[in-house]
Design a protein around this ligand. Structure first.
Ligand SMILES: [Ca+2]
Length: 125
């Protein structure tokens, strides 16, 4: 395997590819299944993660009031509820702490940190 890797790298270099210039070094993409909304107990998509494909009026204790980063990997399209609103209390009460557009990933948000208790999919923020 090692020999194969070295050979492949040599080919890349010979072809003029620059291994030093790699785009997207700013932050890692959130691990979250296609079609799901995911929340994480730590910033930058760390700690415990929970994913939902539907609405949840009462988050489980391991994520409720522990959410520190979020990712919306929901399916998007005309008429589809592809935005996600997170609420401070159960059953969509207490006001929206954060709202995610389709495909949006938020590595940290001070105003929403450790506040979420429920969420719904919706057509807009
Ligand atoms: Ca947290």
């Amino acid at each position: 395997m090692r020999k194969t890797f070295i050979t492949a790298a040599g080919v890349l270099l010979a072809a003029g590819a620059s291994l030093a210039v790699v785009p997207g070094t700013a932050q890692a993409a959130a691990p979250c299944a296609e079609g799901s909304f995911c929340a994480y107990t730590d910033a930058d998509y760390g700690g415990l993660s929970v994913g939902w494909t539907g609405d949840d009026g009462w988050w489980e204790g391991n994520i409720a009031d522990e959410d520190s980063s979020w990712a919306n990997h929901g399916i998007s399209g005309p008429g589809i509820k592809d935005h996600v609103k997170v609420y401070a209390s159960a059953w969509q009460g207490g006001g929206v702490t954060i709202c995610l557009d389709p495909g949006q990933e938020v590595p940290y948000n001070e105003g929403a940190n450790d506040r979420g208790d429920s969420h719904i999919w919706t057509t807009g923020c």
